[in-house]
Write a protein that binds this ligand. Sequence first.
Ligand code: THU
Length: 140
Amino acid sequence: MNKKDVKKLIIASLEARNYSYSPYSEYSVGAALLCKSGRIAIGANIENASYGATVCAERTAFFKAVSEGEREFEAIAIAGGMHGEDPAEYAYPCGICRQVMREFCNTKKFKVFVVKSEDDYEEYTLEELLPKSFGPENIV
Ligand code: THU
């Protein structure tokens, strides 16, 4: 990925926070998922009065893309922070979201950007965030 594409993805993750439905935690998360087709699927966290029904931003982005035919992915950017504030910390993806990424992505190649601002972010491979993982090839 060149710098311009990284920046575009990061900005999209920050913008996606605006669509978060998070009245309970008041913590809005945005995710921007770059598909191999070139499409960027955005997602936000969607909470529920029955808290366990909440879905994270990353899974929203993945499920949108997969349900519209995308199967191959390059990278995801994630930004999270309290309502009305810029991210104070890097929002690392939760374990369930890491496992969903694992289903569709090459762990050594897929990039995860955790974002505080346009110019302040960290980059990981999925392998770094989810080493020694279980995936589709373990079943067949
Ligand atoms: N959340 C995400 O959207 N992604 C994560 O990886 C961790 C947590 C959301 C879920 C919930 O709406 C809020 O952040 C507080 O946990």
